[in-house]
Design a protein around this ligand. Structure first.
Ligand code: SAH
Length: 355
C-alpha cells in the first residue's frame, strides 16, 4: 500500500483527519514518511538549504554561539544542540570555526535532535569526530546550559488550519471526495486560541496554528532561562503568518498537497510570534526578528567571503560571490528568511541580533 492508500483507508474507517495529522504522516510516517525514506537536500534533492549553499553560513553561526558562550563566562559543561541537522553540514562548519575559540569544542556535549534514521546516519558521518548523541524530542535535552541552532526545522512542523466564518472558525481537514484525498471543513467549533486573530482577519480568511512549535520553543527557552545559553532560530516566515502557507515541493518544483503523499516535502511559514511568546512564557528573553541577510552581514559574511575567495581553495571567486548573494540578498534568501534569538536575563543578546 502507498501512504496515500493507507491514509485513505484510515479516513474511511474513522473519518477526516486534521491537516496537521496529514502533514505529520507525510513527513514522518515510520515506513513511508518523506524524511524517513530519503535525504531531501541538495541539488539532486527537493530543496537546498543555507548550509548546503556555503560553509560561511555554519561558520558564522558557530562563531556566534561560541561568542555567547564566552559572554556567559564559558560554562565548563554545556549542550551544543541542533534541531533537524539535515546532513550535519551546518554543525560541522560551526564546530570547525568555533574550534578557534579555546575550550569551546572541548566543553561542548553535542546533541542532535533528529527524527529521520537515514539523516542520523548522514550526521554520524559528518560529525564522527565530535561524538554526537541523538534524541528524538527536545524534552530529552540535558538540564544544563544550552547553546542551540535550528535552521529550517520549524517550517517542517505540522500546522493546523482554520477558516473564519461569520460566527466562528472551522478547521480545515483532509477527507475523501470521490475516493480521493481532498480538503474539507469541519463543523464550527470554539477555539479560544484564535480569539486574538479576530482583529487581523475577516470571514473567509485562513489562519494557521503550529502547536508543536510552541512546545519545542518552550522546552528550549526554559532550559536557557534556567541554566543559561542561547538559541538561534532561522527559518522562512514572519512575525505573524496569515493565509494558507502550506506548500508541497518535489524536485525543486511546487506540487499539489495530495499528489504523492510522502514523496514531496511539506512546509509552512514559521509564525515567529508563537516562538517568541513561548520564550517569554518560560522566562527567557527573545531578540528582535531580523532578516537573515542583515544578520549575516553583521556577523561579517562579506569579510569571510573575501578571505575565502583569496585563499582560493575549492571555491572560486565567482562561486563565493554567488553564495554570498544567495544567502544575503533581499531578492534571494536575505529577506524571506528571518532570525530570532533566545537568551537569558542579564546577558547580551546573541551577536548580530538586538534586544
Ligand atoms: N537544518 C538542515 C536540514 C533542514 S530539513 C539544513 O539546514 O540543511 C529539516 C530537518 O528536520 C531534517 O533533518 C528532518 O529530518 C528534521 N525533522 C523534521 N521534522 C522533525 C521532527 N518532528 N523531529 C525531529 N527532526 C525533524
Amino acid at each position: 500500500m502507498t501512504l496515500g492508500e493507507i491514509i485513505a483507508a484510515r479516513i474511511r474507517q474513522t473519518g477526516p483527519v486534521s491537516l496537521a495529522d496529514y502533514m505529520a504522516d507525510c513527513l514522518l510516517h515510520p515506513v513511508h514518511g518523506y524524511y524517513t525514506t530519503r535525504d531531501p537536500l541538495g541539488a539532486k534533492g527537493d530543496f537546498v538549504t543555507a548550509p548546503e549553499i556555503s560553509q560561511m553560513f555554519g561558520e558564522l553561526i558557530g562563531l556566534a554561539l561560541a561568542q555567547c558562550w564566552l559572554d556567559q563566562g564559558q560554562p565548563a559543561a554545556f549542550t551544543l544542540a541542533e534541531l533537524g541537522p539535515g546532513r550535519g553540514t551546518l554543525m560541522a562548519d560551526a564546530l570547525r570555526a568555533a574550534s578557534r575559540v579555546p575550550g569551546f569544542a572541548k566543553a561542548a556535549q553535542l546533541v542532535l535532535v533528529e527524527a529521520s534514521p537515514l539523516l542520523r546516519d548522514r550526521q554520524a558521518e559528518a560529525l564522527a569526530a565530535h561524538h554526537p548523541s541523538w534524541i528524538g524530542a527536545v524534552g530529552d535535552l540535558p538540564e544544563q546550559p544550552l547553546f542551540l541552532v535550528a535552521n529550517e526545522f520549524f517550517d517542517a512542523l505540522p500546522v493546523r488550519q482554520f477558516q473564519r466564518t461569520e460566527t466562528g472558525w472551522r478547521e480545515r481537514q483532509v477527507g475523501l471526495e470521490g475516493g480521493a484525498l481532498a480538503l474539507g471543513l469541519a463543523a464550527e467549533g470554539a477555539y479560544p486560541a484564535l480569539d486574538e486573530r479576530l482583529a487581523d482577519t475577516r470571514p473567509g480568511d485562513i489562519v494557521e496554528l503550529c502547536p508543536a512549535a510552541a512546545t519545542v520553543a518552550g522546552e528550549v527557552a526554559r532550559r536557557i532561562a534556567d541554566h543559561g545559553g542561547a538559541a538561534l532560530i532561522l527559518d522562512y516566515g514572519d512575525w505573524h503568518s496569515l493565509g494558507d502557507t502550506v506548500q508541497a515541493l518535489k524536485d525543486h518544483k511546487s506540487v499539489s498537497l495530495f499528489e504523492t503523499p510522502g514523496h514531496a516535502d511539506l512546509t509552512a511559514h514559521v509564525d515567529f510570534e508563537t516562538l517568541a511568546r513561548a520564550a517569554a512564557d518560560n522566562g527567557c528573553r527573545y531578540t528582535r526578528l531580523t532578516p537573515q541577510g542583515v544578520f549575516l552581514e553583521r556577523l561579517g559574511i562579506t569579510a569571510r567571503a573575501q578571505a575565502l575567495a583569496k585563499s582560493g581553495g575549492n571555491e572560486t571567486l565567482e562561486a563565493v560571490a554567488a553564495a554570498h548573494r544567495r544567502l544575503t540578498h533581499p531578492d534571494e534568501m536575505g529577506n524571506l528568511f528571518k532570525v530570532l534569538g533566545f537568551y537569558p536575563d542579564n546577558t547580551a543578546p546573541p551577536p548580530g541580533l538586538e534586544a
